[in-house]
Design a protein around this ligand. Structure first.
Ligand code: ATP
Length: 234
């Protein structure tokens, strides 16, 4: 069953159009990747699912339209978001940054903190540290943790590997796989790092200047010239 359906989505910043008729489906329990170069519209796509942009078209969660819903309502319906560049509070501790994510939570705070500490033991060891003094990889972990504090079934992660060392990218991939396999989450990632998305995701979409130009499994897309074109032009 499709947990998320995006149907003919267009998004606008004033008069400028950033997405054109984007349609895709995300099966429950899957990891899907959206690959694209700078400015392709990856953040706009995730922002649109969260109700943060002006859009046309329809977005459905479990067949119910969430178009026009406020971001808080979308979070309450089970969508978690780890945005690019994290938006953490730099002078607050790791623990307090995680608790900020729990503002919509009812009684799951202890359970979610347990899950986060299982996935990221380092965050428990460093729970009093200000995030301004953390490495990029640690901040990405806090950002993912904060999104998990909202008890999502669908997790949206914008460019999880941006600026991270290869070894840290492997750790992040491992965590996203565990979220799928052990905790039953459905995950959507965007990436400029095509190899990361092709290694992790079951289904991949290539976004180029606001349009999906290719979709398929990693095996189908690895040698697809449209993947290279999306980066290097025609
Ligand atoms: P990056 O990898 O650089 O973050 P992206 O694929 O996430 O790129 P978006 O940030 O979604 O791309 O941008 C898509 C288009 O929308 C770009 O042309 C960008 O300039 C434009 N855009 C994004 N945010 C805004 C905004 N707040 N106001 C006006 N235009 C915007």
């Amino acid at each position: 069953m499709a947990l998320l359906e995006i149907d003919q989505l267009s998004a606008f910043y004033g008069k400028a159009q950033a997405l054109y008729d984007v349609s895709l489906q995300v099966e429950e329990g899957s990891i899907i990747g959206v690959i694209g170069a700078n400015g392709a519209g990856k953040s706009t796509l995730l922002d649109s699912v969260m109700g943060l942009t002006k859009t046309q078209g329809d977005i459905r969660l479990e067949s119910a339209s969430i178009s026009g819903c406020k971001p808080g309502e979308i979070v309450r319906r089970g969508v978690g978001y780890a945005p690019e560049r994290f938006n953490l509070f730099p002078y607050m501790s790791v623990r307090d940054n995680l608790l900020v994510g729990a503002y919509t939570a009812r009684d799951d705070i202890a359970r979610n903190l347990d899950m986060i500490h299982t996935l990221f033991p380092r965050l428990e060891e460093r729970e009093g540290q200000e995030t301004s003094t953390q490495s990029g990889g640690e901040r990405q972990m806090v950002s993912l943790g904060r999104a998990l504090m909202t008890s999502p079934r669908l997790l949206l992660v914008d460019e999880p590997t941006i600026g991270l060392a290869p070894k840290v990218c492997l750790e992040i991939a491992d965590v996203l796989r565990r979220l799928q396999a052990e905790f039953g989450l459905t995950v959507v990632i965007t990436e400029q790092n095509a190899n990361f998305a092709l290694t992790l995701a079951e289904q991949v979409h290539v976004l180029e200047t606001g349009r999906i130009v290719a979709s398929g499994t990693p095996a189908e897309l690895t040698d697809d010239p449209r993947l290279a074109e999306a980066y290097f032009g025609h």
